[in-house]
Design a protein around this ligand. Structure first.
Ligand code: SF4
Length: 464
């Protein structure tokens, strides 16, 4: 294969005219990053749009811009906050690079985004195509793009053989992109090339009859559209297996561990990951007790391997403060699935925390129907010291929930609920505050059993 396509000037002019005319009529002009255009806004959108569709990106982009309206606020932010806003978008190296680049632009470029290809490509996470897009859209300079969408359009239009991941095929596509990029209306041309790939020349069932390039498209003429772009040679993906331990403390909180800043899921928080053969030893070492799991195994696929995850539920048999006290570097924390702090989570951890919160909500709904006709269970109530109808389900996940289920009547629990609401209101308790939650838990235990637990010791509720 030759390294370059030699395009005739008439062909180039015709291509540009057709796509720009289509843009004028049909191109997208109301995307959030197309408003109030600045290099910062364009750069963030370009990074988010890598490997991700527009519809997915929009809510993330809007949240990101509300939190970090300019490069200074992003540079000054904690990495955890950046990763938190990225949770669910995947490819987290993009978020870490975004943060690094913001700091670098502040430190080395006086907070101004560079306006030349070489300087842009020198920033973390910005490659040749992203630099071209920033130049074209934000600075109005001639910049050439060749993202996945544009590769697909050009590979089909010119029937370029081979997988674009190979150097030879990439060279042919870049040469075509370079020649076709105009000097005028560079922002519109860049946008329309992305639009064509995203709207018409999609991977499956492209809408050729609406495409301005249809009558000259070689793949279409030869009826070989599905052959372009060439597929990546198939290689069997290795499969790795791990257990994720959902370890719950007395307060119904779950232990998360922060991963090292480099490597897979760098800097994100995850449930403790343990290989299956080491699980029993790990559970014993950490004083956990395995309980039956409510969640089925699932698969998380990365670009180069599958990760099969088995969720394992466990209870902590020692107070969580004992466990947390081993954490000197801020790499462990307990979180409430219903009240998550602003931290970056791995996708499986996010998924499992959502499931845990849903379980909790389901339990709550059942609790709300305490006096339903089906309630036949009786317990010896620790508060009223007599046999009374019990709860339908444990009122919270974890061992404390189980204990309350066994010992506390529905009536006592309902009374506690009223008292809890009163305490929160009267003492202005902020339930995002861990100490406030511990205080309330101690009040609960005192009310239900007459025996306070020590985890509220030293906490003084805010003055009224
Ligand atoms: S004619 Fe069809 S295959 Fe060719 S560029 Fe247009 S949409 Fe893609």
């Amino acid at each position: 294969m030759s390294d370059a396509l030699q395009l005739a000037p008439t062909e180039i002019a015709s291509f540009q005219a057709r796509v720009l005319a289509w843009f004028d009529q049909h191109g997208r002009k109301d995307l959030p990053w197309q408003q109030d255009i600045t290099p910062y806004r364009v750069w963030v959108s370009e990074i988010m749009l890598q490997q991700t569709q527009v519809a997915t990106v929009i809510p993330y982009y809007n949240r990101f811009m509300t939190t970090f309206p300019d490069i200074g606020t992003l540079a000054a932010a904690k990495e955890d906050r950046v990763l938190h806003l990225w949770t669910g978008l995947g490819y987290y190296a993009r978020a870490r690079n975004l943060h690094k680049t913001a700091k670098q632009v502040i430190a080395e470029h006086n907070g101004e985004f560079p306006d030349n290809q070489i300087a842009l490509e020198g920033l973390p996470g910005i490659g040749r195509s992203t630099a071209g897009a920033i130049l074209a859209i934000a600075h109005g300079q001639r910049g050439v793009i060749l993202d996945a969408n544009v590769k697909r359009v050009l590979a089909r239009y010119f029937a370029v053989e081979g997988w674009p991941g190979t150097t030879a095929t990439a060279k042919v596509l870049w040469s075509a992109a370079e020649q076709l990029t105009p000097d005028q209306r560079i922002g519109d041309y860049t946008q329309v090339m992305m639009d064509l790939g995203a709207i018409l020349c999609v991977s499956r069932e492209p809408k050729c009859s609406l495409c301005p390039l249809e009558d000259r498209c070689r793949a279409k003429k030869e009826q070989r559209i599905s052959e372009f772009p060439g597929k990546k040679p198939k290689k069997a993906m290795p499969v790795r297996e791990i257990c994720m331990v959902l370890a719950c403390n007395q307060e119904g909180e779950y232990l998360l561990i922060r991963r090292p800043t480099t490597g897979l899921w760098g800097g994100l928080w995850t449930f403790p990951e343990v290989e299956a053969e080491l699980l029993a030893g790990e559970i014993e070492n950490r004083n956990w007790r395995q309980v039956s799991s409510s969640f089925a195994p699932f698969r998380n696929t990365f670009t180069h391997f599958h990760l099969d995850i088995t969720p394992v539920q466990a209870e902590c048999t020692v107070p969580s403060t004992t466990v947390a006290s081993v954490d000197e570097e801020g790499t462990l924390q307990w979180v409430d699935p219903n009240d998550l702090p602003e931290i970056g989570l791995t996708k499986p951890t996010h998924h499992l925390l959502k499931l845990l919160a849903q379980c909790d909500e389901a339990n709550f709904k059942q609790r709300s129907n305490l006096h339903g006709p089906d309630m036949t269970r009786t317990v010896h109530c620790s508060r009223y010291k007599k046999d009374l109808p019990g709860l339908d389900t444990p009122p919270m996940p974890g061992p404390r929930g189980e204990e309350i289920f066994k010992q506390v009547s529905a009536q006592a629990w309902e009374e506690w609920y009223k008292l809890q609401t009163m305490l929160i209101n009267e003492k202005h308790l902020d339930m995002r505050d861990k100490d406030a939650r511990r205080y309330l838990n101690a009040q609960r235990d005192l009310f239900l059993t007459g025996e306070p637990v020590d985890h509220a010791e030293g906490y003084i509720p805010p003055e009224e």
